[in-house]
Structures are given as structure tokens and as C-alpha cells.
Ligand binder design. Sequence first.
Ligand code: EPZ
Length: 430
Amino acid sequence: MEKLLVRGGNRLKGEIPISGAKNAALPLMIAALLTDETLTLHNTPRLADVALLQKILRNHGADTMIAGKKPGQSRFVGDTVHITAAEIIDTTAPYDLVSKMRASFWVLGPLLARCGEARVSLPGGCAIGTRPVDLYLKALSRMGAEIDVEQGYVIARAPKGRLHGARIVFPKVSVGATHVVLMAATLARGETVIENAAREPEVADVAECLVKMGAKIEGIGRSSLRIEGVERLHGAEHSIVADRIEAGTYAMAAAMTDGDVLLCGARAEHLSAFIDVMASAGVMATAEEGGLRVRRANGALQAVTVETQPFPGFPTDLQAQLMALMTRAQGVSSIRETIFENRFMHVQELVRLGADISLMGDTALVKGVEALKGAPVMATDLRASVSLVIAGLAAEGETEIHRLYHLDRGFEALEEKLRAVGADIERVAA
Ligand code: EPZ
């Protein structure tokens, strides 16, 4: 077991390289199941979730290979991963793998589309919510899938081995359900229209890759997608979009320390709601040559009122980090979580560091305090864990962060990237 030791007080200055997006890499790797040719992904982040998904894809019969680094290549250039699912040898995604990483449930779409059948463990809930999959199953049924749920598994079959197109209207935005229907529709017979589709940049990135693989998709980036099914998809090469959540996270780490950093590779157009909230908080985030530059406008942080929304709204995956930042703002912030029903697990841990936060249903009221004080705290889920790092960077004394496996799922080389811009942070045996 390991823990992070963070000693607060240093101002972050310099450049932070932003990795490829975890939430694009995972569905892109799964999309490789749609073809018997090789899908090559560049700028793949080195994350525990990516390694686990490679294992899951091999379980279905895919070959995955990581190309070695080129001489002289920087430490932070992403991996190139070649995935070839020449033959699907097993259409079952077992509980012991799916329960470790819920996005692996998304193999349901490609397996059903390519093989006409799939047996995928229900992902189950997690720390931030029950995470049902009813929208996925209703949509696939409309595309002709026969679906049973037995002993914790979704058992799906496409009559005559192939799904047919349909008009899918999602009652609420779901990133995962959009991914699954989009992938399944590329090989279905006829046309599929998805209304109220997720518009997250990671969904657009997957759609762009599918088009390179021969899919026919219109409306990429918008909430209405139209897909004309084709007989087969072929291999392609694709470079994974920069991780907007990692970028927003490090932007708030910089703001928390009154620093000045350039987030290399970050794309301002994927962070517009976030940038607006930062401006209200007294933080300037401006697009510059090479990325996004972040520093405070004129001294103190100001309280904000925010509610999380699907893209292009303020992302739920930056909510915990914003809360950490607001613990040191002047005034009382109101942060409302509208996407997940239990995404305030970080509140109690931030309170242990001296934050003044009260919960009123789906809204957290954060009253800025003069100082935070380092203490031992525990990560509870991926994004909550990094909110504790942000708080520790400004806390007096030392903060110990336990259960780092949450952190390693979504942030590549976090302590290296932060140390390189002046943070006093190290990983030690717990
Ligand atoms: C994706 O999860 C992301 N994960 C999450 O990031 C992110 O928080 C979430 O989208 C929202 O943006 C990946 O991309 C791997 P949803 P997903 O389906 O697809 C409800 C992180 O930290 N819902 O958009 O599972 C659901 O319960 C992770 O990187 C149904 O009710 O999220 C939630 O309340 C955390 N029925 C809401 O919709 C369904 O069938 C949005 O969920 C599906 C979803």
C-alpha cells in the first residue's frame, strides 16, 4: 500500500503536460472490437484503467500491443497501442473484470453488433451512485436485441445475427449509453438516429475515430446523431483527444496555490463552462500557444454558484476539485450536483482538513476559511481523491492521502507532473 504526502504552501509555476483523455481512451479501445483489423491509438494515457481494459479485451480474443517509446521521446508523450480483434473468441465479459471498471460494460455494444450475441456482467453501483443501465438496454431492444437479465448478467442476442437501425430518444443524457448505441449502430442494418445524445468531447472523439474506421455518422458533437449502418469496419489510426478533466484539475491546483501554469495540449473549447466559472472565481484561464494558461486575476479567490450539467455545462468530474478550491475563497459557494446522487464523499474528508462545508440535499454550501490544516485523509473515488491533493497543496503542514488506487485510475504520473512545477508531494509506503 502507498500514500501521498503533500506539504502545502508552494506556488505552482511552469508547464504541465496534459495526457490523452481516459474517458476517450476506454471507449476507443472498446471500439476496436468492431473490426477484425488493427486499430492504432496514439496519445494513450498510462493509467490503471487502460491496463485493465487491455486485459478485458484480450479475454475476448483481441491482441493488444504497446509500441515502445521512440528514442528521445518525452516521458509524457502517450503510448501508442495497437489492438487487433481478428476473431472474437468469447462474448462473455465476466463479473470479476466488469466490477473492477464499469466502462467495460460498454463491450456490450460492439459484441452484439459484431457477433450477434453478448453476455456481459451488470456493472453494479459504485461510490458515486447506483449507476443503472436501463437506458442502454431499452435502446438496444429498440434496435432489435432480445435482452434478458439473469444472475447479474445481461444476455443479449440479435435475431438473425444483426441489429437493425432505430430512432432512439434518450430521456436523459447518458455518456455510456450514447457510446454503446453509437458503436452498435455502425454495423446495424439501416439508419439509427440518437436524440439527446451526450455531446461530451470524448463522445465526439470516438465518433471521429469510427468514421476513420468506415462508419457513416452525421451530427458529431451535436445532440442529434444519425448513423447509416455498414457491413463492416476496417482498421484505422487515431490520436486520443487531450483530457479536459485532467486539465481542469491542474488548473484548479494552480489557482489554489496562487500559481501560474501552462497546461500543455489542453483545449479551451472543451472547457468553456469551466473557464467561465474560473473567471467568476477570480482565476484567468486563457488559450495561449501550446495550451491553456492559468493564474489568478488579482489575488483572492471569490465564491461561486455552480451546478453540474452534461456537456457543454460544468462537468460533474470537476465538481470535487472545484469544492476543494472554494474552501479558500472569500464568501459562500453553492455547488449543486445534478448528475450523480452521491458524489459528495469528498466533503467529510475536506472537513477533516478544516473546510467549512454543509450539505443541503444535492447542494453543498462551502464557506471559505482563512486556512486549511494538513491531516490524514482517505480517497473515496477517482475525482474525490484529487480534490484532497488540491486542498493539501494549500493546507498548512502535511496532508497524508490514503487509498491511492482511486487516483491511479485516472491521473497519469500525478506527483511527477505536480513536482515538476514546484509542489512538495511524494508517494511513500503507507
Ligand atoms: C461517464 O460515466 C464517465 N465515465 C463519468 O466519469 C462521468 O462522470 C459521466 O459519464 C458523466 O459525464 C466514463 O466516461 C468512463 P452517464 P457514465 O451514463 O457513462 C444515469 C470519471 O470520473 N443513467 O452519463 O456511466 C446515471 O446513473 C467518471 O471519469 C441512468 O439512469 O455516466 C447518472 O446519474 C465518473 N440510466 C446519469 O445518468 C442509464 O442507463 C449520467 O450517467 C445510464 C445512466
